[in-house]
Ligand binder design. Structure first.
Ligand code: 8X3
Length: 257
């Protein structure tokens, strides 16, 4: 029996990352879940394995380059299948302050994880993805990568960085057997995104979704990713912007209040 192709998912401990790991496991990939929180990814890997899928967990902070390189080397020597998919999902927002008062530390941290984290693991796995003869790099950007909004500058700047990484990589590696897919979700109601942004202030976090009939779910976005990844190899979904119906733009949201 040939080994199942490997799909690496970063930030797989919750939200879109966890849902994507589920989706890709169901699509037949051997899913390697990475995140900082060991307990969560181990529990999800066990759940997937119990359900008859192939999954493994590897604790990883994508901002730690040495750890990312060691992870890539461990995959090469694992005797598992070829690495065919990388889903760059690790990321997030910190704060929603205006430019005048935003914390430079927040900006730095958002650049570290959303841009440099994506850069580190993409660089580390690109040789394996290329060698597989049929690789896919997914970059989870955001609608914040395509337009700004008040209070969003730090996050918007970081997500623009992730988008530029994806677009530039696609130009640079054309002719190699690797495609680059950017998925840009709008309002997604996940367990942690807004709570992390507002540092545990659940009231502020709840306001983000207030009156919005049906924000996207992590599963909605995971479906989109799984669909894009499972197109035939020659089909490159360059970019998908995915929003809930109630959101016409970053700033035009219908709320039933
Ligand atoms: C999440 C979308 O509107 O919070 O990436 O920037 S938004």
């Amino acid at each position: 029996m040939t080994a199942a192709p490997i799909a690496v998912v970063t930030g797989a401990s919750s939200g879109i990352g966890a849902a994507t790991a589920r989706g890709l496991a169901a699509a037949g990939y051997h899913v390697v879940l990475t995140a900082r929180r060991k307990d969560r990814i181990e529990a999800l890997a066990a759940e997937l394995t119990d359900a008859g899928h192939q999954a493994a967990a590897h604790t990883l902070d994508v901002t730690d380059r040495a750890a990312v390189d060691a992870f890539a080397a461990s995959l090469e020597g694992s005797g598992r299948g070829q690495v065919k998919v990388l889903v760059n999902n690790a990321g997030g927002a910190l704060g929603a302050d205006p430019v005048a008062t935003g914390d430079p530390g927040d900006w730095r941290q958002m650049y570290e994880v959303n841009v440099l984290g994506t850069l580190h693991i993409t660089q580390a796995l690109l040789p394996a993805l290329t060698a597989s003869g049929d690789g896919t790099v997914v970059v989870l950007s955001s609608t914040a990568a395509h337009g700004t909004y008040e209070g969003g500058a730090g996050y918007v700047a970081a997500k623009h960085g992730a988008r530029v990484l994806a677009e530039t990589l696609r130009l640079e590696i054309v002719g190699t057997p690797v495609r680059v897919i950017e998925i840009a979700p709008g309002m997604v109601k996940t367990e942690e995104f807004a709570t992390t942004r507002f540092r545990g202030d659940t009231e502020k976090a709840a306001k983000v979704y207030e009156g919005v009939a049906e924000p996207l779910t992590a599963e909605d976005v995971a479906d989109t990713i799984t669909w894009a990844v499972s197109r035939p190899s020659h089909v490159n979904i360059d970019l998908m912007i995915v929003r809930p119906r109630a959101q016409a733009s970053n700033t035009k949201i219908y709320r039933e209040l």
